[in-house]
Design a binder for this molecule. Structure first.
Ligand SMILES: C[S@@+](CC[C@H](N)C(=O)[O-])C[C@H]1O[C@@H](n2cnc3c(N)ncnc32)[C@H](O)[C@@H]1O
Ligand code: SF4
Length: 447
């Protein structure tokens, strides 16, 4: 039985769950329950992982491009300023890294179902660099015939030549960060394109009809009123991409926006307003007939599969390439050097620089089932009944009953389904489950 007092995970009662269930939103912690591997052991374990055949249960690859034209004020992903020579030198290193590992059994065996080129801004690379990088990916990684290949991009500097180069080289999904269409709100955050330019760009991409087009929107940006948000939703739906992401703004420590809030120059959007914006988005796309395929993602067409993002939540193995990339193989998680100079120098010297490695505990498969289930709004408690978990019902039912009374979930036997409010607070629900699970195993720290 849990050693944790579950009443601290109870939702507030009586004032409407969407904005008031909890005092704050908890962060999702993908590395939770993992123990660091001693520095001296990392190389040996890495060589062992590469020498074993890769999983046949589905795999992913992530390729990181850590450059941006400028630092958008809200963003915690910014690492390095884009320069043309720096980006080309980096593409050389990425290609070398992929080619060098290609013959390892840990890469060669086991089909890869989704590749994600993320950043930063992969669309900042030149057309030539994008072509040779993608050619390398297709030539050297064992991609499944229907592999989803996503490129993350932003509107500025993403010209027709680059789009053609990506599509010709195999990209079949483009995820464009728009955040908001409102020119004033965009520009205040460092987004350079105007509303009209954004609409023209996205419409052009849609009309090519050659990739799944996904649009990222943020809610809770400074100056983004509920009216502006409703207009953002309307414009996105009118453009008719294949999918949309609706992300609630996180105030990420160290970002210019968070510093401005900490200094009292800006006020954060209250949680009640964030919740109301999420609810407005969820109801809007439901009414428009779009499918909700995760808490933050809606698909309009069957072309949009969202394979990479869904599989990551399920804990599917992911090979990682590039400075700042993170991956997982079996029980091991690893991250490639985030410092660009260190990465470039190490790859040029013939080895992969790992910043760190960790290993999961026995609860990891259960955590993934919880995260993957809550991510798609439905969890079957029977899926958590693994040998080392005591009575699942006794562990979670009192809490789930409280969440049902307060409007976060509905219960039907073993099946837990999240309401719209539950989906807004999903990271708190996952964190509560994880805290309770952590109390179940005396050997929770064993590796
Ligand atoms: C890794 S970023 C890359 C986006 C791309 N470089 C661009 O500028 O459009 C992917 C997405 O994360 C989301 N994101 C960035 N900062 C965020 C924050 N502070 N809170 C919530 N979502 C954020 C944005 O919607 C963004 O499009
Ligand atoms: S939003 Fe995109 S372009 Fe802007 S700083 Fe973040 S990763 Fe870079």
């Amino acid at each position: 039985m849990s050693a944790v007092d579950i009443s601290r995970f109870f939702a507030n009662d009586g004032r409407g769950a969407i904005g008031n269930a909890f005092a704050s939103r908890r962060a999702v912690m993908p590395w939770r329950g993992r123990q660091p591997v001693a520095n001296g052991d990392i190389d040996t374990i890495w060589r062992h992982l590469m020498s074993r055949q890769g999983s046949s249960q589905g795999r992913l690859a992530y390729i990181h491009v850590p450059f941006c034209a400028n630092h958008c004020l809200f963003c915690g992903f910014y690492r390095n300023a884009y320069t043309a020579p720096g980006a080309t030198a980096y593409a050389d290193r990425l290609i070398a890294e992929i080619e060098r590992e290609a013959t390892e059994p840990g890469v060669r065996h086991g089909a890869i179902n989704a590749v994600y080129l993320g950043g930063g801004t992969p669309s900042a690379l030149s057309a030539r660099d994008l072509t040779r990088l993608l050619d390398t990916v297709r030539q050297h990684l064992p991609l499944a015939p229907d592999c989803e290949i996503t490129l993350e991009g932003r509107i500025v500097h993403f010209d027709d030549d680059k789009i053609d180069a990506c599509i010709s080289a195999g990209v079949n999904r483009i995820s464009v960060g728009v955040q908001t269409f409102d020119t004033m709100v965009r520009r205040r955050q460092g987004r350079r394109a105007s509303k009209e330019e954004a609409i023209r760009f996205l419409t052009g991409l849609r009309d090519r009809n050659r990739v799944a087009l996904v649009v990222d929107l943020l809610y809770g940006l400074p100056g983004q009123t509920p009216e502006i948000w409703r207009e953002d939703l309307r414009i996105a739906a009118d453009i008719a991409p294949d999918g949309v992401d609706l992300y609630g703004l996180n105030l990420i420590p160290g970002t210019p926006l968070q510093r401005a809030v900490a200094a009292g120059k800006l006020h954060p959007t209250p949680l009640q307003d964030l919740g109301a914006m999420y609810e407005a988005g969820a109801l809007f796309f439901a009414k428009a007939g779009w499918r909700q395929i995760s808490n933050s993602h809606w698909a309009r067409t069957p072309r949009e599969r969202n394979i990479y993002n869904l599989c990551i939540k399920q804990g599917v193995d992911c090979l990682a390439y590039g400075s700042g990339a993170g991956g997982t193989i079996g029980r091991y998680g690893y991250s490639v050097a985030g410092d660009l100079q260190r990465y470039n120098a190490a790859i040029a010297a013939g080895y992969k620089p790992l910043d760190g490695m960790n290993v999961s505990d026995d609860l990891d498969p259960v955590r993934h089932r919880v995260a993957a289930g809550f991510e798609v709004g439905r969890l079957d408690l029977a899926d958590l009944a693994l040998p080392h978990i005591p009575d699942v019902d006794a562990l979670f039912t009192p809490l789930l009953n409280q969440w049902q009374r307060t409007g976060l979930v509905t219960l039907d036997g073993n099946l837990v389904q999240l309401t719209i409010a539950g989906r807004f607070w999903y990271s708190n629900l996952i964190a509560a489950f994880n805290d309770i699970l952590a109390g179940t195993l005396p050997n929770a720290k064993s590796v």
